[in-house]
Design a protein around this ligand. Sequence first.
Ligand code: NDP
Length: 697
Amino acid sequence: MSIPVPRDELEDTRRAQLIEVTIDSLADVGYVGTTLAQIARRADVSPGLVAHYFGDKDGLLEAAFRTLSRGIATRVRAKLALAGTPRERVQAVIDVNLAPEEFDRRTGTAWLAFWGQVLHVEGLKRVQAAYQRRMLSNLRNDLRSMIPGAEARSLAAMIAAMIDGVWLRAALSQWQEADSGAARSLLTAFVDGRLRDLAQPHGAPAAPAPRSAHATPAAGAADSGSYRASGTITVVNPATGAVLEELAVDGAAQIDAAVEEASAAQKRWAALTGAERGRVLQRAAQLLRARNTELAELETRNTGKPIQETVAVDVLSGADCLEYYAGIAAGIAGEHIDLGPKAFGYTRREPLGVVAGIGAWNYPLQIACWKSAPALACGNAMIFKPAELTPLTALELERVFAEAGLPDGLFQVVQGRAETGRLLTRHRGIRKISLTGEVGTGKAVMADAAATLKQVTLELGGKSPLIVFEDAKLDNAVAGALLGNFYSAGEVCSNGTRVFVHRSIRAAFIERLRARAAAMRVGDPLDPRTQVGALISAGHMEKVLGFIARGRAQGARLITGGHRVTEGELGRGCFVAPTVFDHCHDDMDIVRREIFGPVMSVLEFADEDEVIARANATEFGLAAGVFTNDLARAHRVIAQLQAGTCWINHYNITPIELPFGGVKMSGLGRENGRAALEHYTQLKSVYVALGDVESPY
Ligand code: NDP
């Protein structure tokens, strides 16, 4: 018995065959000779079938061009994955684009046929633009870790031009002058020479030292901070101490150049329809999904978070966000206002212009998506600065956008520390800042933004309450408390770290909590069985351990955890066991201050009014949760809690459709949902008179 081949698969195979026949035809008889009827004859199918799959000749050629261009992209990606240093990655792009098979007569002639038509056929123009952007963005990103941004841009453009030039020369000589090896050596020598020249005035090394897979920080545990060198950021895996990457810091000149490019690109982007912008975001969402495993691994290496989380949440929630705003983009609109028979009004919802996103280190890719998707959907350009500790996946997002067809300059990643962030917040050309970070950073950003009256959205810290009433389903409440404290090793802003449990069920709650928390598996973040990975840095781990010590000293009772985990290889990283304190009081440090680590404080309460008052007795107001079977009580309590994001009988679920953000010192504005559109657009009111102008003058 044979398993029937699914219909979709058959169609895909048939399409692929027709595309191959088209490439053959282009090589044999050129663009003019390649017709639908020709292809049908060669493939021995009816012309109607070819038209069914591809529409017309342009559609067929576009599909063939896309196949060739995708082939190169796949080969580049495979080679990039093997490359160790940025210089090797640049070489990978050169090697693949000038590989012997690109000089092969069949594909080469097909390419030439496409190039000849690119200026005249819209579909081909799109594919060619995406191909160019992808190559430039790959080159630029890697060059930027060796030389300053402006030089990286120009060298990337030069390399791309040389690749095209060498190839064109070979094609025009009918492949007589096609020497792939010589072309690659020549270009390699040119790149090395330029890097050497450019390195001189800036003091940056021409070719940075290769990554050391086993470098360990002096302190014996990973600490990205200890690797700081003037002008560069050294990115470290906090689980092992290994150096992942060395990146150049962007300064004032680079920020100015980025703003200038963004500003020009934004005007063209804003002139597109929402549906056109949405299509690009939709393609980016698909690309993110397709690269989920690879990007999740990169996120895990850079953040120390378990792969079982990053593969399920970090990349995919970013893709969900892009998809959500892709869908919404076409529906962004103002409103019509009736002003009686002689006039009406309407509002236009217009983009702000160039906006900036500044990210925290706990959800690097997700934060970059949460900020860029609504910004781009609304017609803005975004310059994004990731946290210095976790700068890698934002660069991948930049590549994904380029591949999806986002025009150059609309999403640019700049690298650096607070000083680079300040260059953005103080820049005249930037109209809005969206920050995710600590309360202190939020205040500094707001103060800096005031000088140019920028809009700000601030997603800041929290010390959120999670209230468990006596009638709650206990296992659900325990699960909620575990999710709300130990996911991402507790490095989640909305965590419910103050767990208020009703007096009558406290003992039972603690018992179940202890058993489940103690059984959590701390380990190598890349091991799919690991549930708790590494903290972000040695410095942060020391801070968390300091809180634990103070909790003990101030009289809280340790139920489980409370120590660093150093068994075997874990000793090289920043691992802390999930920690639960019982018998906590409202005035203890661990109860008042944001720890941002795997530390839960359990507090006892007796009645509803009391717990509401205590839950609200904090300067923060990011999130809150209530577990109870009495839904009337749930809504009553939630209505009185001072928090921007609340859960009833769950915790820390953040669907993209629901606005997310804080009140009080936890922030301003909202991300996600339709609410975010308010923060990335401005209203223009228009009065339209339908009659004569009456004037007393
Ligand atoms: P920080 O506030 O230290 O940093 C956030 C970002 O701001 C980083 O990119 C940082 O650069 C940059 N930055 C720092 N100072 C300035 C400045 N003066 N001007 C402009 N930019 C600046 O936060 P963390 O990265 O340590 O992240 C943890 C914090 O983020 C926690 O408080 C957490 O609660 C909060 N957070 C809030 C979320 C929310 O949605 N409400 C979600 C996630 C985290 P660099 O680090 O490179 O120096």
